[in-house]
Design a protein around this ligand. Structure first.
Ligand SMILES: *Cc1c(COP(=O)(O)O)cnc(C)c1O
Length: 412
């Protein structure tokens, strides 16, 4: 019997904020994502910039998938200064899925173009937007399954290129995302079950039909797509005059569902900051699959621990962590903080009031993790006095008023 694990499980079952810290002496190297693969991700994004800018002509957008680094305008708990990596403001999708999800879609587009000879040697990619290529792309289909944001993002961008999209949605997915997708001509398949069941059905259907499956649990391309965020943040910190070293480490707080988005981002950050990086994943207590995988030493579902995977953080409502994420970065995650729904909502309102950032509950979760993480490290004698804290806000800017206003005005 593992006493520490028992304590963690009991705390999660009671719905309490629960922190797991990796034992101090265990420092592991992990495969991560090699630099050359990150280079390839960045150059593919760069190739597609002119096309994305044409397809999403939002207020003069230049086609670059990147988000601002903001200084949070108020104290957070004891902390004077906290930075926000504002992925909720990412173009096109308003969530972190604009990185990995859209990246894999761009890979699929290039695969389709190669198979159908849509791009003669040396031709410009923008040929893909011309009628001939669009007719060919309109015969293609991508399939994805998610709790909402990944499906929403893939559907949105696939339809912009004229590619068909089947989007399998778990019971957690919000109605407005389904309606928006259907209006764009995507096929939305609703599942009564959870994320894992939706993914399993979609994966099986694709194996039979030969359509391109964007596999949120297993895709290396998807995972790698997120890693470009590492260099982006490194450059922004330099520009802000913030230097990172082992003495002045970078602590990032990353909301975690299956682990692909935070894991891919972490892989990119590891290439930039190495030992000077401290990584905290954040999950809802009811869906603390990464915390339980790390605390128990093996991948298993939250249901086995008596948790129900019911949370308002629809982007994080996942019962089992991704094996790919565990293999590539699991052994290097420093901490996981599981937070209750009401704390996420409080944070969402506070952040809206103090900084006018429009976050969904999944993204607000990251703010809740700061204090318990810092307290847990302090209890171990490490006060992290000089650390630079970056909260990753992973989504929410596209929430319609009908969704957002009830979150900030609970009485209405
Ligand atoms: C998808 C998502 C995450 C987490 O991504 P995973 O790859 O499932 O770990 C976090 N926040 C938001 C808003 C998301 O949509």
């Amino acid at each position: 019997m593992d006493e520490q694990l028992d304590k963690i499980v009991a705390s999660l079952q009671r719905g309490l904020t629960t922190t797991w810290l990796r034992a101090q002496e265990v420092v592991s190297a992990v495969p991560g994502v090699p630099g050359v693969e990150i280079d390839a991700v960045m150059s593919r994004f760069a190739r597609f910039e002119p096309l994305l800018a044409r397809l999403f002509p939002e207020a003069g957008w230049d086609g670059r998938v990147c988000s601002p680094l903001l200084r949070y305008p108020a104290r957070v708990g004891e902390l004077e200064s906290v930075w926000v990596k504002a992925d909720h403001l990412l173009p096109m999708t308003g969530s972190v899925k604009a990185r990995g999800g859209v990246y894999e879609l761009l890979c699929a587009l290039e695969d389709f173009a190669a198979e159908d000879n849509l791009l003669p040697e040396g031709a410009d990619l923008s040929l893909l937007l011309e009628p001939g290529a669009r007719a060919a792309l309109a015969r293609r289909r991508v399939v994805v399954a998610s709790t909402g944001n990944l499906g929403f993002s893939i559907g949105l961008v696939a339809r912009a290129f004229g590619v068909n999209a089947d989007v399998h949605m778990s019971a957690d997915a919000k109605q407005w995302k389904k309606e928006r997708l259907r209006a764009l001509g995507a096929t939305v398949i609703e599942h009564a079950g959870d994320y894992e069941q939706a993914v399993a059905v979609a994966r099986a259907e694709c194996a039979a039909s030969g359509a391109y499956f964007i596999d949120d649990e297993r895709s290396r391309r998807l995972f790698a797509g997120y890693s470009a965020a590492g260099r982006e943040l490194a450059a922004q910190l330099v520009e802000a005059g913030v230097s990172i070293s082992k003495n002045q480490p970078l602590v990032v707080y990353l909301p975690c569902g299956v682990g692909g988005a935070p894991g891919g981002i972490m892989a990119g950050l590891l290439r930039e900051f190495g030992d000077a990086l401290i990584v905290v994943f954040v999950e809802p207590v009811a869906s603390a699959c990464m915390l339980l995988a790390l605390a128990s030493g093996r991948r298993q579902s939250v249901y086995q621990f008596g948790l129900d995977n019911h949370t308002i953080a629809d982007g994080l409502a996942v019962p089992t962590a991704s094996q790919l994420a565990l293999d590539l970065i699991g052994a290097r995650i420093d901490a996981v903080v599981a937070v209750p729904d009401d704390a996420m909502l409080d944070a969402l309102r506070k952040v809206w009031g103090e900084a006018q950032l429009r976050l969904e509950p999944s993204a607000a979760a990251a703010f809740v993790a700061l204090e318990p993480f810092i307290a847990a490290r302090a209890a171990r004698g490490d006060r992290l006095e000089k650390a630079v804290h970056v909260v990753w806000t992973t989504g929410g800017s596209l929430l319609p008023d009908s969704e957002f206003l009830p979150l900030i005005n609970p009485d209405r």
